[in-house]
Design a protein around this ligand. Structure first.
Ligand code: UDP
Length: 332
């Protein structure tokens, strides 16, 4: 049954793909974003469509949405380390006041609330792979704590509304996600490496590159978020791709995929950079029937095509090498 869904952070990388998938299945979508780290271009193709409304607002101050609401997805937050390190107070505000306002909106309307949490709640994990029962190893006073603790607080607040007020909630822990609409200056590893390879610049591996990440393509990730929203699970539920790579392997894959002449250089490792990260997705597989299907090289090729087009670099070179096309990236 279709509904009227509010997507907090709908102008961001992940949020805008969520708006696309919700509209495609017949929902009405109210997108709320202050575009502090999202981009109007992400939703430009939706503005003017019948079932889409854009509301520009910082949700830590107000969520000016009127009328009935059947669901609230809370994806509003800086998500890239350089972004949240540049916006520490805003990140804490959106994860506390913003989440509270989102929960109030859902509760008032009897709507289901989905909290987009993160693998960062596991910190630098000493359990591998990470299942939802692991409580994590977070430095509460390190620079990354503004994001990690904001998300942990959001989880606690979501559970408190559920337990105290009976609000219909679910929590998803999102692992590293990549795809078209990553900002070129986002600073996360996939967009950095792809853009560097496309431009023939050195790929910047932080540390020795032995740290691992497990990368999920955005279409798979969003499908998982919707599956959780449509279920009755409270969670938390890990949604991510369990294929694990070292960052050095990722750099080598990008160079070979794009036939790039870029060299690989090493820069200092950021403070508290997690050494490994891989989701245990047993719960998602069993309870939601969800698993990712996009292979890393396919996803990278599609992301490269987007970034090249965004940077105004001849697409032909990338698409011939990578076999990718730019026609399905919402730039229409
Ligand atoms: N990283 C890197 N080079 C870059 C950007 C990131 O080696 O240009 C590393 C970073 O140190 C981390 C991993 O890639 O180990 C993933 O970083 P990202 O910022 O994408 O997300 P995180 O998982 O740290 O939140």
């Amino acid at each position: 049954m279709s509904g009227r869904i509010v997507v907090l952070g709908g102008g961001g990388f992940l949020g805008s793909h969520l708006c696309d998938q919700l509209l495609a299945r017949g929902d009405e979508v109210v997108c709320v974003d202050d575009f502090s780290t999202g981009r109007p271009a992400n939703v430009a193709h939706l503005v003017g469509q019948d079932r889409f409304t854009m509301v520009e607002s910082d949700i830590s101050r107000s969520i000016p949405v009127e009328g009935p609401v059947t669901g609230v997805f809370n994806l509003a937050s800086p998500a890239s380390p350089p972004d949240y390190l540049a916006l520490p107070l805003e990140t804490l505000a959106v994860g506390s006041e913003g989440t509270r306002r989102g929960l109030d909106l859902a509760h008032r309307n009897g709507a289901r609330f989905l909290m987009a949490s993160t693998s960062e709640v596991y910190g630098d994990p000493d359990v591998h792979p990470q299942s939802e029962t692991y409580w994590g190893n977070v430095n509460p006073v390190g620079p990354r704590s503004v994001y990690d603790e904001a998300k942990r607080f959001s989880e606690a607040l979501t559970m408190a509304y559920h337990r105290t007020l009976g609000t219909d909630v679910s929590i998803v822990r999102i692992f590293n996600t990549y795809g078209p609409r990553l900002r070129p200056d986002d600073g996360r590893v996939v967009s950095n490496f792809l853009l560097q390879a496309i431009q023939g610049e050195p790929l910047t591996v932080y540390g020795d590159g032995s740290q691992t990440r497990s990368l999920c393509f955005v279409d798979d990730e969003v499908r998982g978020l919707i599956a959780l929203f449509d279920s009755e699970l409270v969670g938390p539920v890990n949604i991510g791709n369990p294929d694990e790579y070292t960052i050095l392997e990722l750099a080598e894959t990008v160079v070979s995929l794009l036939g790039s002449s870029s060299e690989i250089i090493h820069l200092p490792l950021p403070v508290d950079d997690p050494t490994r990260r891989r989701p245990d997705i047993t719960v998602a597989r069993k309870e939601l029937g969800w698993e990712p299907t996009t292979q890393l090289r396919d996803g990278l090729a599609r992301t490269a095509a987007f970034l090249a087009e965004d940077a105004g670099i001849a697409l032909a070179a990338v698409s011939t090498v990578a076999g990718a096309e730019a026609d399905d990236f919402g730039s229409d």
